[in-house]
Design a protein around this ligand. Sequence first.
Ligand code: NAD
Ligand code: UDP
Ligand code: UDP
Length: 323
Amino acid sequence: MTSLRKRVLVTGGAGFLGSHLCERLLRDGHDVLCVDNFFTGRKTNIAHLMGQPRFEVMRHDITFPLYVEVDEIYNLACPASPVHYQFDPVQTTKVSVIGAINMLGLAKRVGARILQASTSEIYGDPTVHPQREDYRGNVNPLGPRACYDEGKRCAETLFFDYARQHHVKIRVVRIFNTYGPRLHPSDGRVVSNFIAQALRGEDLTIYGDGSQTRAFCYVDDLIDGFVAMMEADDSVTGPVNLGNPHEIPVLTLAERVVALTRSSSGIVRRPLPQDDPVQRCPDITLARGLLNWSPKVSLDDGLRRTIAYFQEELAEKSGVQGE
Ligand code: NAD
Ligand code: UDP
Ligand code: UDP
């Protein structure tokens, strides 16, 4: 728990991770300004926070300047699902790069600490395994994922240049696949797809042969990591990997989801998307040492909590996308 009450800006605050972060910061006693253009975020994600006097929401696109007075900034605004970030790739690069410049300019003007939600995607289709922060990655700069991967890489460059050139107090975390309640059922990411398919009795769509690996982190663990990073000494700039090092093939994830939902769904194969990373798993030695952080929630426990959310969500909305 923090003792000092701060004014905290969360960009992308109505999204999956952002809404959990806003909730946590309010619980810790801070004033929270949630800025979001609702491209992939939803008002329902933050509806339960709306009545709180220390919570404020602003509809705004961070590719445009923003003049507010805050002590800390968590920069999360950016679509994260491959389906969404490839929908308007030019906008994806704009929000990553121009959005970062605007938020860094704001941090510079008001002297705020600023944390960047970077991504394991900056490692591309990695040739080193597991991925440590000093690995420079294997990104195809021309492929369909590049708008996101290169946008986020450029954002990291900007963060370190603002730190060197303008002494902005930066933190960069590289987030690995994270899941939990408030993932949108039609978000397109693997955990939400599989759970929604299993609960609807549809076949689970495996891209490729399902041998590609990922390591899935439960959202509460990740948010603990965000806050630990923000509260760390200013010498801790990162980049720091945040993720769960329990690596599994996508096929194993499908089997766990079918078992935990007690679904009669089968499995169908779909083509593997271009540049889909074959193997991904974080080395979190740095986060353990610097932040005393490591994930606590097991895959089965996290999936159970997420399945419970999806059961309610699908029952309430009957599959219709809500605001
Ligand atoms: P999300 O799509 O649920 O949330 C993104 C939020 O940003 C949404 O609310 C969206 O409306 C908002 N947004 C998009 N463009 C905007 C703009 N121009 N101006 C203002 N708001 C804008 O995704 P998420 O999973 O919550 O991801 C949040 C952040 O974490 C992203 O930056 C993403 O790259 C990063 N990240 C997430 C994961 C993960 O596994 N969830 C992994 C790596 C990195
Ligand atoms: N900016 C902002 N809010 C602020 C200060 C700056 O959105 O409170 C934006 C502004 O659009 C500017 C950008 O951040 O172009 C980068 O700011 P910086 O001071 O680094 O550079 P400038 O372009 O002002 O020289
Ligand atoms: N995937 C899958 N079926 C789906 C959605 C995704 O097999 O319905 C695979 C995808 O090809 C990738 C992995 O699951 O190998 C994780 O995909 P996701 O889009 O969640 O995130 P990524 O790690 O690729 O950014």
